[in-house]
Ligand binder design. Structure first.
Ligand code: ZN
Length: 246
């Protein structure tokens, strides 16, 4: 299996070689877009929300200065931090005051594992890995209410299984979550084992199809509505009334 470092983890060769939770989620959303992304034909720029998450991640990793340097989008033209990133600084300050939150974030940072699972090579990178204790992923979210919509159970399932395959035993998976609300809320969420088990079975069930598509053995389905599908579509003639249905 291809050797991975912090420098090539997000590279094209790595995404061609490995599955990851985010690539798996790409395939769930739209196979055609996922494949185009792997082939380097479709590169949506990171959203501001993703950059805010990256900003806070990089603080915990101890690489915030490098992050700011590599992402000039965090600054205004007057070289001041944009409001979202001032908020990110406030969030960092808030979680630093919380002993439990900091305890969960005190493991080994950005630890990379590679492993074979469900007929394919996988890669994963953990925000905080406490050997023999737990895996924690940091989430900066709009609010707690929508947390389950992001399907972090899939991430937890793959990370738990990946660590187990790599010989670290079966560890509980936690989300260290903090909100971007005017007054940030913060808690540690454990994803129950039954939920992780169910999510892992879901991954197992979908992998044969995704592997075949990734390897070019089966044709990808386009969802027809995502940005990628819109970018490659040809106009058609449609019945006006279909827009009124559903
Ligand atoms: Zn699509």
């Amino acid at each position: 299996m291809m050797h991975l470092t912090q420098d090539n983890y997000y590279g094209k060769a790595a995404s061609e070689h490995y599955f990851s939770v985010s690539q798996y989620k790409d395939f769930m959303k739209c196979e055609a877009a996922a494949l185009a992304r792997i082939r380097g034909e479709y590169n949506p720029p990171p959203t501001r929300a993703m950059l805010v998450g990256g900003f806070v991640d990089s603080y915990f990793e101890g690489t915030l200065e490098a992050f700011k340097h590599e992402n000039p989008a965090v600054f205004t033209r007057r070289k001041e931090l944009r409001s979202e990133f001032r908020k990110a600084n406030e969030i960092i300050g808030r979680v630093q005051e919380d002993p439990l939150f900091m305890q969960f974030m005190s493991g080994e940072k950005q630890k990379i594992l590679i492993f074979w699972m469900f007929g394919a090579p996988w890669k994963m990178k953990m925000d905080s890995f406490s050997e023999g204790i737990c895996i924690t992923d940091l989430k900066v979210v709009a609010n707690f209410r929508n947390l389950p919509l992001w399907r972090y159970d899939l991430q937890g399932a793959v990370y738990q299984k990946g660590a187990e395959i790599c010989g670290y035993g079966r560890l509980p998976f936690y989300l260290a979550a903090v909100t971007k609300e005017r007054l940030p809320d913060l808690d540690i969420f454990q994803i129950p084992q039954a939920t992780l088990d169910m999510a892992l079975r879901e991954v197992e069930g979908n992998m044969p199809r995704f592997i075949a598509v990734k390897n070019g053995l089966e044709k990808p389905n386009g969802c027809g509505v995502c940005d990628y599908c819109k970018s490659i579509k040809r106009a058609g003639i449609r019945n006006y009334n279909e827009l009124l249905e559903g």
